[in-house]
Design a protein around this ligand. Structure first.
Ligand SMILES: [Zn+2]
Length: 423
């Protein structure tokens, strides 16, 4: 039996795995050159990585001209473990099983109501995970669980912080809830943060500039990736823009208890409120008919009314878009991102919101902040939250400081608590 690897061996192995994974070194000679280490050390550590199942040899394609044996390249085994990723909106749940590169192996969508409280909603998430794993048969072991919640979340502890619109979640420790049920390290973050990260990492076109993601759905939130990292702020509240004051109109009563919030004019729930009133007042025949049929309106109904040219619906959506765009113009002036992405259920109401939003950002933005700003809609079709969740946990598991904690054991499961603590 071989002696256990020394701390230094594990450090070098973690470095080599990271180089292979990032593509900075994918053959033994390249790894020697990049690390400055000798051939024997590199060979030994690569062999350990292969034995642990995180590295694999790749047969090189035959080379026409070169003589001699080509160097076989080495790849990181993204199939060594799987990640359970979920992204929760106020009424939607996206769940997925991904490989260690955030690529989907299976995914599903469910309707939820976050007001049902954390126990009920997280049980739905857990059921989704189990169903997806069953559908895959026997995938690789679960290496991480990563969940985005529709509330400000204290990232290191995974606790929900001051959720003004979902008071039943106040202080709830979502990470411990999953840790008690899943034998793997758990990460919890704000859902809009994860959407921003997903678009930054995998959105099209790939720009890799600082990215501001604005989600307009039932509520309104935003997430920022700057210098390639999520900006969460001092206590996890960064990006929580839905409750900034945008109007003195006393009719704009917000569900947070204040008046004049952005959400109270432009959130999905406020649009439904405004247009229900208009339909009842006889100003929207299309929506009045729908209201009489089913008793309430949805975002889809509003989208159909906009497409049908209904004036009240077009007025309300345009106003919501312009108020949102004007508020975001202030953020753009302040932060100067390279890319501004609009996502969330609002995209299902057609192009009108995006066009008006875009124009309001440009009208309210200073020239230096907007002249090279790309403004686009989310490109991952609502999968950006689960993609971001998977990539956040993969990054947290696989950076060298984390790899050191678990590589020698061959699985991050045994080091779950320590891995969560170093993020
Ligand atoms: Zn509010």
């Amino acid at each position: 039996m071989q002696p256990p690897p020394s701390a230094r061996d594990v450090l070098v192995l973690a470095q080599i795995v990271d180089l292979v994974r990032s593509g900075a070194g994918t053959t033994r000679p390249e790894l020697e050159a990049v690390t400055g280490l000798g051939r024997t050390i590199v060979n030994d550590r690569v062999r350990e990585g292969i034995d642990l199942g995180v590295l694999a040899e790749v047969e090189a394609a035959p080379s026409g001209r070169r003589r001699g044996r080509p160097s076989r390249s080495i790849r990181f085994r993204t199939e060594a473990g799987v990640i359970l990723a979920a992204s929760l909106g106020e009424v939607s749940l996206h769940a997925a099983v991904t490989d260690l590169d955030g690529r989907y192996l299976a995914r599903e969508f469910r309707s939820i109501d976050v007001q049902d409280g954390p126990e009920h909603v997280l049980r739905a998430v857990h059921e989704s995970f189990r169903r997806l794993l069953r559908r895959l048969g026997s995938p690789a072991p679960v290496w991480a669980v990563s969940v985005g919640l529709p509330a400000p979340t204290d990232h290191p502890t995974g606790r929900v912080v001051t959720p003004r619109t979902i008071p039943g979640w106040a202080g709830f420790d979502a990470r411990s809830w999953f840790s008690a049920r899943c034998d793997a390290p758990v990460w919890v973050d704000n859902e809009t943060n994860l959407r921003a990260l997903g678009e930054w990492e995998r959105g099209e076109p790939q720009e890799r500039r600082d990215l501001l993601y604005v989600k307009v759905a039932t509520g309104i939130g935003s997430g920022l990736v700057t210098g390639g990292r999520l900006h969460r702020g001092d206590s996890g509240a960064a990006g929580d823009i839905g409750h900034v004051r945008v109007t003195d109109d006393p009719a704009a009563v917000c569900r947070c208890g204040k008046t004049g919030c952005l959400e109270a004019v432009a959130g999905g729930w406020a649009l439904v409120r405004t247009l229900t009133e208009r339909a009842r007042a006889g100003e929207s025949p299309v929506l009045a008919e729908r209201l009489a049929e089913v008793g309430h309106l949805t975002g889809e109904d509003i989208g159909r009314a906009v497409a049908a040219g209904d004036e009240a619906a077009r007025w309300a959506v345009s106003r919501a878009a312009r108020v949102t765009g004007t508020a975001i113009a202030g953020v753009v002036n302040f932060l100067n991102p390279g890319t501004l992405v609009l996502g969330g259920g609002v995209l299902r109401t057609g192009d009108l919101f995006f066009e008006e939003f875009r124009q309001a950002v440009l009208d309210g933005g200073i020239e230096l902040a907007t002249r090279s700003l790309t403004i686009r809609t989310a490109s991952l079709a609502d999968a950006e939250g689960t993609t971001g969740a998977a990539l956040l946990s993969a990054e947290s598991l696989l950076r060298p400081s984390a790899l050191q904690l678990w590589l020698a054991e061959g699985t991050p499961v045994a080091a779950a608590a320590r891995l969560q603590a170093v993020q």
